[in-house]
Ligand binder design. Structure first.
Ligand code: SF4
Length: 269
C-alpha cells in the first residue's frame, strides 16, 4: 500500500524547525509524497523516518502519490473556467467577500479557519498559513461551481454520491486511519476537534461517541462521526465522514477527498 503524507509526518521529528526549507514538518511530508521531494532534506530524520527512505524513493520513482503533473493540468483547466466569471456577482453565493487590487478582482474566502484571497490566477495566503499546491485545485473547483445551490442541511455518505464507487475506497481507508489513530483516545479527539474549530453537534438518529461539524469552506459543511473501540465486544473504533447533500455542486469527488485529507492532517498532525 502507498505511503501517505500522514505516515511520513508521524515519523518526522515534528519540531517545525524549518531547516528543510518548509515552514512545518507537515508541509515537508506533503512535498515528499506529492511533489517527489527528497526525504533526506530533513537533517533531523529519526531512525524510523530514515527507515522509510527506500520505500519512499521506490514510491516516488513509480510515480505513486505524486500529483505534480495532474495538478498542473487540472489547475490550468480550472483557472480557464474561472477566468470569465464575474467574481463580484458570485461572492455572496460562495460565502465570500469581493475585493479588487489594482483592478484585479479577488474573493476573500474562509478556508480551514483562515482567510485566503483568491485571484483568478493566484492564491494569496495570510502569514503563517500552511500552503499546499492542491489548495488551488480545491478553491478553483469551489469557485467554478458558482455557488448556485443552497446548502440543504441534509447529511449524506460519500458512497451515495454518483460515480463514487472507486473513490469511496480511498475515503474508507482515510476513515480507518483516523479511527485507528484515535481508538481509546476520545478525549484527545475532542480536544483536537475543538482546536480545529469543530462544533460538537447532535445529529438525530446517530449514536456516535463524538459528532463534530466543520466548515472548511463557507458552503461545504463536513460532519465527523466517531465510535470508540469496545474491546469486550470485539468492536473496533469507527470513523465516518458525512457531507451535505449539495456537496457535489461545490466540489468534485476528488476535491472532496482532498478536503478530508486536509482535515485529517490537522486533526492528527
Ligand atoms: S527539517 Fe525536519 S524537523 Fe525541521 S521542519 Fe523540516 S521536516 Fe520538520
Amino acid at each position: 500500500m502507498a505511503i501517505t503524507v500522514l505516515e511520513v509526518l508521524k515519523k518526522l521529528p515534528r519540531t517545525n524547525c524549518g531547516d528543510c526549507g518548509q515552514q512545518t514538518c507537515l508541509a515537508f511530508a506533503t512535498q515528499v509524497i506529492k511533489e517527489g521531494e527528497d526525504l533526506e532534506k530533513c537533517p533531523h530524520l529519526t531512525v524510523t523516518a530514515a527507515g522509510l527512505g527506500e520505500a519512499v524513493k521506490a514510491q516516488q520513482e513509480a510515480g505513486v502519490g505524486r500529483r505534480r503533473e495532474s495538478h498542473a493540468i487540472s489547475l490550468e483547466v480550472l483557472q480557464a473556467k474561472v477566468a470569465p466569471l464575474d467574481f463580484a456577482a458570485l461572492a455572496e453565493g460562495l460565502g465570500a467577500t469581493y475585493g479588487e487590487e489594482a483592478g484585479r478582482p479577488y474573493l476573500s474566502l474562509a478556508y480551514f479557519g483562515y482567510c485566503l484571497q483568491v485571484f483568478k490566477d493566484e492564491l494569496r495566503y495570510p502569514p503563517g498559513a500552511l500552503a499546499d499546491p492542491w489548495d488551488a485545485i480545491l478553491l478553483y473547483n469551489y469557485i467554478a461551481s458558482q455557488g448556485r445551490e443552497p446548502v440543504t442541511g441534509r447529511w449524506i455518505a460519500y458512497n451515495s454520491l454518483p460515480n463514487s464507487v472507486s473513490k469511496a475506497k480511498t475515503l474508507a481507508r482515510l476513515e480507518r486511519q483516523l479511527a485507528d489513530h484515535f481508538a481509546g483516545k476520545t478525549a484527545e479527539l475532542r480536544e483536537r476537534l475543538a482546536q480545529q474549530g469543530g462544533d460538537t453537534v447532535t445529529v438525530g438518529g446517530e449514536d456516535a461517541d463524538v459528532q463534530a461539524s466543520f466548515l472548511p469552506l463557507p458552503r461545504v459543511p463536513v460532519l465527523l462521526l466517531f465510535w470508540d473501540a469496545e474491546a469486550e465486544e470485539g468492536f473496533a473504533a469507527q470513523a465516518h465522514f458525512l457531507f451535505d447533500a449539495s456537496v457535489t455542486t461545490y466540489l468534485d469527488l476528488e476535491a472532496i477527498l482532498f478536503l478530508v485529507e486536509h482535515l485529517m492532517e490537522r486533526l492528527m498532525g
